[in-house]
Ligand binder design. Structure first.
Ligand code: SF4
Length: 262
């Protein structure tokens, strides 16, 4: 399904696909997305009057729209690729299951032997020499795939137990006691907290704010979005840049891995 289609004007349609990915797509990924190419083809066939088709990935976590377009040659290449894949699928006589990061959403997983073996923790490859980086990476990817599948299965099983815990306080099963409990989240309202502290300590209110307050990034984003309804877009962009410039940034290394095309 296409997430959203906007008629921009009498000649232009914009297709928007919402993404919840943590990592922002690279320009290369946007330019070569087969998904967006096929959306363009679909739009052309459904609304032939559209002379311009804008293709957009909306990265929800980052509030970012990555726009692209396709040339007739790119569309032709995408169609040829899909036709070739279709032909190969029709002609193939064997379809070996390949565990991948999308297995947890696969409709066939309950019937898939590879998935069943993965749930049992079956491993194919163990790296015996960590000086062999190719082997290290190979095992790391296998473990990462399994971890994802097992984590999804754990959530599925917990869902079943939670349903029963909605009707009873406690379950004791397979030697384990299960209960639900409430986690308390304490949030101090800023103005009232500052007032109480200032009255009790005689400290200056600005000093207190400086010492205890930080701005909630998500709340700030929401506020800027709201401001965007009344303020000029360029004014909001400027405001955001101004706020970003005063923000304190810290960096921590993150491990990143993504499959490359063969
Ligand atoms: S669960 Fe099995 S059939 Fe489904 S995507 Fe994974 S390997 Fe393929």
């Amino acid at each position: 399904f296409i997430d959203r289609i906007d008629r921009v004007d009498d000649e232009t349609i914009e297709v928007i696909d919402y993404k919840t990915n943590r990592q922002i797509f690279t320009r290369d990924e946007v330019e070569h997305s087969l998904q967006l190419s096929l959306y363009h083809v679909a739009v052309q066939r459904m609304w032939p009057w559209a002379k311009n088709v804008r293709l957009t990935f909306h990265m929800l976590r980052h509030g970012l729209r990555l726009r692209t377009e396709r040339t007739p040659e790119q569309l032709e290449a995408a169609l040829r690729y899909v036709e070739t894949m279709g032909r190969m699928t029709e002609e193939a006589t064997e379809f070996p299951a390949r565990l991948n990061s999308n297995c947890v959403w696969c409709d066939h997983r309950q019937q898939c032997p590879a998935y069943a073996a993965a749930l049992k923790g079956q491993r194919d490859f163990i790296c015996e020499d960590t000086a062999d980086l190719e082997a290290v990476a190979r095992e790391r990817e296998e473990v990462a795939r399994l971890a994802k599948l097992l984590y999804a299965r754990k959530s599925e099983l917990e869902g079943v137990l939670k349903t029963h815990l909605a009707e009873q306080d406690e379950l004791v099963l397979a030697g384990v006691r299960y209960r639900m409990f409430n986690v308390t989240k304490v949030e101090h309202p800023l103005a009232r907290t500052v007032q109480v502290l200032a009255d009790a300590t005689g400290m200056d209110r600005d000093q207190i704010v400086e010492r205890i307050a930080t701005v909630d990034g998500k709340a700030l984003d929401r506020l800027l979005k709201e401001a965007g309804k009344t303020l000029d877009r360029s004014r909001v962009a400027l405001l955001k840049a101004e706020l970003d410039a005063t923000a304190e940034k810290s960096f921590s290394p993150r491990f990143w891995a993504k499959e490359v095309a063969a």
